[in-house]
Design a protein around this ligand. Sequence first.
Ligand code: MTE
Ligand code: MO
Length: 412
Amino acid sequence: MAAISKRRAFLRAGLQAGVAASAGKVLPASATETNNPRWMNGPGQPFAGYGQPAPQESHVIRRVGLNYRGIDDNGAAWCPLEQLQGSITPNGLHFVRNHAGTPAIQPEQHRLYIHGEVHRPLQFSVSNLLRYPQVSRQLFIECGGNSSAGWSEYPVQRTAGLTHGLVSASEWTGVPVRLLLEEAGVQASALCVVATGNDSGAFDMSIPLEKIMDDCIIALYQNGERLRPENGYPMRLLVPGWKGVLSVKWLGGLQLSSQPAMSRNETAHYTEILPSGLSRQFTTTMAVKSLITSPSHGMTLAGPGVQEITGLAWSGHGKIARVEVSTDGGQSWAEAELCEPPRPMALTRFRTSWKWDGEDHILQSRATDERGHVQPTRQALVAERGDKGFYHYNAIVSWEVNSFGLVSHVYV
Ligand SMILES: Nc1nc2c(c(=O)[nH]1)N[C@H]1C(S)=C(S)[C@@H](COP(=O)(O)O)O[C@H]1N2
Ligand SMILES: [Mo]
């Protein structure tokens, strides 16, 4: 699109037009009044050993979906994406996907075994691992089943978090798996690593050796503090950019093998059924994706005027290159501002200002990653993958703002 017509499309959509001049609703202050609220008139609160959110923010919580397939400790707690800002998830709000609950691990008794097709089988305690060189990386984890509601025939009316909140991002710190495997000496026959968790289901997944050696880490810290129990304490595998199920929590074993384990969660689940009736085997990378977190379903705009549109974008293929926003259901697009710097396989916050005219609008975001992958429309995704999907839904999300300012989920 030529520069001039792109600018016109911006203006038509009311995006980033004359924002500063019309920021509205600012109250005038009197010159004589002093700011002296009653909480300034006594001693403050004492120090606390571990800080907690303000009690007034106690409504910002994960929403728990229990009892998947009739098993009590198999379920998920969804991250309240629409109530958060920035690109890092607070530890207490990181989504949780458990197949057999959170085990009560005694960290000093916990061991990680490296075994199978290696020259020297090894075992590591937490304190052994802490002596190795560590790396820190901001990375997202997204469950392959995130946004599965998008496959349903009619648009599901739920908050952004309860629909798309099986994604979160942290700064993870830990030991590159490569260092430990080099010490154990991988045999030439080994092609993959079977990672096992120490939860009661002995959760196991296979990861190609090439990926493990490239960038996988054994994470011990999450946003600067030790892992939360439900996110894998005292150690978990982190497989950057790939489906969350591979990032095995409570990691107890890495078995080098010439073939994948063909375990339950890599055969019966986390595979995709295609229109032909066949299933894709071993889907790995999470596709390019974005969504507007505010305004989103369940919110009401205060009134016509300036409104920030913000959301998150990510891709398992690398960095986010561009996010575009539409306020007319995808007919015209304007580029949003990205929070710098976009990091590979992390969440990237985007923002743009919009001047709402009080009419009906359909808000959408569309992400493009550095490899040129563009987030598809829902129509395009269904045309390619059929309508019987459950996993790996990454289509553009549409929120309709009606003339009352109410936001709901629509398909276009
Ligand atoms: N041991 C073990 N690891 C596990 C799981 C599990 O149930 N047990 N769930 C997996 C799934 S399906 C996902 S999406 C991620 C979720 O990580 P989180 O709970 O820290 O968000 O962990 C993966 N690792
Ligand atoms: Mo998952």
